[in-house]
Design a protein around this ligand. Structure first.
Ligand SMILES: NC(=O)N[C@@H](CC(=O)O)C(=O)O
Ligand SMILES: [Zn+2]
Ligand SMILES: [Zn+2]
Length: 469
């Protein structure tokens, strides 16, 4: 991993130091005077990591300039946070933004909006777009468009193989050296199933300081699969997606990562067996660099949802059993699974509101991830707020090699931050989410934990449920 990697290596991120410095400052209450004026933001009464008495946190010039009680400073904006928990901004290693190709379901702009509202300051946009992000032109477009929108850093994921076809390695080096500085490579949506291609990908990305994010699904075991292979699928006559189709690939890839010294990241872990394999592998003397993510939906939902026959619940890998959910929560709590990634997968109404077998797999996740993590991990006592920072921000930033994300809430650190009201509860309405698509499996569900504000390099990108461009 390139440890010195900051997004600032690439494009301009702040407007250059200009006359902002001379602009008059006013101590005001929540007045937004645009980015140029937002140099100093005072967050009043915040609790870093939800610990201790509320303090004030001053953000100046994109970094945390002071933390203390009763800071009396001249700020451009004051946010009265009323005891909100402050954490490093969330980092999503697994987002589908559908641009280019399916802008009718999500664009970089609408996806960035959903991300900022969900508390994210960086997302990784998967390569299964149309055309596929398997070359420098596409990845540079995604990176630049994300910077233009300016709500969240959109890091393009580069495809491992040309056209996601699994046959020929894409030009990984060209993407790595491009303006998008790609470090995460994935054929997500499809598995890099050929073991020799996977081996070469691990070897090659190692020399680039990158990581291969694997969608673990042995395709020969999931031909025609529609739902988790178990009693519920059998009852409904749906072809089964057996747990070993995931587990066999994860075991194989751990061995390959160990052998090559390459970095493997396992996408959307969904079974108790996969958690066991990862736990065993990580307990070896030389496990190399293997990391894993779990999605919010696999932490909360089970294949009991199949009975409704509503394809909003169709996702890949499929929703599994209660036992799997329990094992995944435990694995996330003990670090066997490193982090939470949304696998935010917007789909058009016509691709979801149709018969089950014709429906596309995938569900929205960016704006509901925090709520689901609070409901499944914080409320049952499996994680505290430091743990939330670890799984939603620190570990994903480390895995992707982002130097300026997932940093401590401390003076001198970059002000990529999220403020969370731990007491607030809200009801999910798919149509009210920022995504163009509305395929949320949490419709009408009440979720705990609300994002009060998100700051990207010291600038408020979202506050009170609205983004600021
Ligand atoms: N998760 C899904 O069910 N769908 C994803 C692809 C993927 O993550 O495998 C998509 O692109 O729609
Ligand atoms: Zn996938
Ligand atoms: Zn995905």
């Amino acid at each position: 991993m390139s440890s010195n990697r900051t997004s600032g290596d690439r494009d301009a991120r702040y407007p250059a130091e200009t006359s902002e410095q001379e602009m008059p400052r006013h101590a005001t209450t929540t007045v937004n005077r645009g980015e140029a004026a937002q140099r100093r933001v005072l967050l009043k009464d915040v609790r870093p990591y939800g610990e201790g008495e509320p303090v004030d946190l001053l953000v100046d010039g994109g970094v945390i300039a002071g933390i203390g009680s009763g800071l009396e400073v001249d700020a451009d904006e004051i946010v009265h946070a009323e005891g909100a928990v402050v954490l490093p901004g969330f980092v999503d290693l697994h987002t589908h933004l559908r641009e280019p190709g399916r802008e009718d379901t999500e664009t970089i702009e609408t996806g960035s909006t959903a991300a900022a509202l969900g508390g994210y300051t960086a997302v990784f946009a998967m390569a299964n777009t149309d055309p596929v992000a398997d070359n420098a032109v596409i990845v540079e477009h995604v990176w630049r468009r994300g910077q233009e929108v300016g709500l969240v850093d959109v890091h393009p994921v580069g495809a491992v193989t040309v056209g996601l076809d699994g046959e020929k390695l894409a030009e990984l080096g060209t993407m790595a050296r491009s303006g998008a500085n790609v470090r995460v490579f994935s054929d997500d949506g499809k598995c890099v199933h050929d073991p020799l291609i996977m081996r070469r990908a691990l070897e090659y990305t190692r020399t680039l300081g990158g990581v291969v994010a694997q969608h673990a699904e042995e395709p020969r075991l999931t031909v025609g699969a529609q739902a988790h292979e178990g009693a519920n699928a059998a009852r409904l006559g749906l072809a089964g997606w057996p747990a070993p189709a995931e587990e066999a690939i994860v075991a194989r890839d751990c061995l390959l990562a160990g052998h090559t010294g390459g970095s493997l990241h396992v996408c959307h872990v969904s079974t108790a067996g996969t958690a066991e394999i990862l736990r065993w592998w990580k307990s070896q003397d030389r496990p190399g660099r293997v990391s894993a993510e779990v999605t919010p939906h696999h932490l909360l939902l089970t294949d009991d949802r199949l009975s409704s026959y509503d394809p909003v619940n169709k996702v890949n890998p499929p929703l599994r059993t209660d036992d799997d959910v329990r094992a995944l929560r435990q694995a996330l709590a003990d670090g066997t699974v490193d982090c939470v990634a949304t696998d935010h997968a917007p789909h058009a109404e016509q691709d979801k509101c149709c018969e089950w077998s014709a429906a596309r797999p995938g569900m929205l996740g960016l704006q509901t991830a925090l709520g689901v993590v609070v409901a499944t991990m914080v409320e049952p006592g499996l994680l505290d707020w430091r743990g939330v920072a670890r799984v939603l921000s620190e570990r994903p930033a480390e895995i992707a090699g982002l130097a300026d994300q997932g940093r401590p809430v401390a003076v001198g650190e970059p002000a990529n931050l999220v403020l969370v009201d731990p007491r607030a509860r809200w009801t999910v309405r798919g149509a009210e989410l920022a995504s163009i698509a509305a395929n949320s499996p949490y419709e009408d569900m009440e979720l705990p934990g609300r994002v009060v504000a998100t700051l990207l390099r010291g600038r408020i990108t979202a506050a009170e449920g609205k983004v600021r461009r």
